[in-house]
Write a protein that binds this ligand. Structure first.
Ligand SMILES: NC(=O)c1ccc[n+]([C@@H]2O[C@H](COP(=O)([O-])OP(=O)(O)OC[C@H]3O[C@@H](n4cnc5c(N)ncnc54)[C@H](OP(=O)(O)O)[C@@H]3O)[C@@H](O)[C@H]2O)c1
Length: 277
């Protein structure tokens, strides 16, 4: 058993741990000795990951919680289950999130309500529940996965970008509320990345999905390092840092035009062009 690891005796809860960034976060926490609570809907992927990390890094405990975070009661059920089995959450990673591509007047309202439930309501509820316990102990860390689109409007992903603006604003406000405590809140803003995200969002043919993509292990490392340092916000990747800096200079209308170009499907544009000839 490795001694003196920073996570020894501590537990990190990671939502969206069956794929993408969430899997990479799980690896980073495990390497530092944190026990894991993995939350998502796909149980077998989390079991494969969780139990192999437990073996590799000699973790005391790995809990797999199969949960659909679009269900309004899911955050309370997760919290109650962990209380029942005596697991204290020292680090909360609100990572699970999805998008939906398309013009808002055409997209499915039910799906958008689910996105709001997952990307906003579940994040807010899990934070409320676990932060109260952290506050009582005066110790804890929270990482909320926002996005580069937290900083700018994203036509054709309008609801998604608005949910991520919530995540960033919420995180920064909490970080300030907690500045005189030993609790930190960090927002991670990745750019377009090589995960299942674009496929789930039906956006795999967009320019953003087919342009340069960040690798999820690199993004997770950036987020993890910022979380450990207690930074308020981290934009992952050089090009995304440049884009974030530009977002402070350009008017929102120009940012919206740039993002719309990124979110358009190249093939569809060409088809429209040819059919108009
Ligand atoms: N990839 C990008 O370009 C990008 C850029 C900026 C920000 N982000 C953000 O990064 C976070 C992680 O996304 P990713 O890129 O890693 O995408 P991903 O590969 O699609 O992973 C999403 C994770 O969320 C889980 N999830 C989805 N719906 C869920 C639900 N209803 N209940 C519980 N868990 C659910 C998925 O697991 P199950 O399907 O097993 O439930 C999966 O583990 C998201 O918040 C996303 O908005 C992504």
């Amino acid at each position: 058993m490795k001694k003196n690891r920073i996570g020894q005796g501590k537990t990190a809860l990671i939502t969206g741990a069956s794929n993408g960034f969430g899997m990479e976060f799980a690896k980073l926490f495990a390497k530092d000795g944190f026990n894991l609570v993995l939350v998502a809907r796909t149980e077998d992927r989390m079991k494969d990951l969780g139990y192999s990390l437990q073996d590799e890094y000699s973790l005391e405990k790995v809990c797999i919680i199969t949960s659909d975070l679009t269900e309004p009661d899911a955050p309370q059920d997760i919290y109650d289950e962990l209380k029942r089995i005596g697991v204290q959450v020292d680090v909360l990673v609100n990572n699970a999130g999805v998008g939906l591509h398309g013009f808002f007047h055409e997209t499915d309202l039910d799906k958008e309500e689910e996105i709001i439930q997952l990307n906003i309501t579940a994040v807010m509820k899990l934070t409320k529940l676990f932060l109260r316990d952290m506050k009582a102990r005066n110790e804890g860390k929270i990482l909320n996965v926002a996005s580069i689109v937290s900083l700018m409007p994203a036509p054709l992903m309008a609801v998604y970008a608005a949910t991520k603006a919530f995540v960033l604003s919420f995180s920064e406000a909490l970080s300030n509320e907690l500045k005189d405590t030993n609790i930190t809140v960090t927002a991670l803003c990745p750019g377009a990345s090589n995960t299942y995200f674009f496929k789930r969002a039906q956006a795999e043919n967009t320019r953003a999905a087919n342009g340069p993509l960040s690798e999820p292990d690199v993004v997770a490392k950036d987020g993890y390092a910022a979380l450990m340092k207690g930074e308020v916000k981290i934009v992952s990747g050089l090009m995304n840092k440049v884009q974030a800096a530009t977002s402070n200079l350009l008017p929102d209308t120009a940012l919206a035009s740039t993002m719309r170009y990124q979110m358009e499907e190249e093939a569809e544009k060409e088809t429209q062009y040819h059919s108009s000839l």
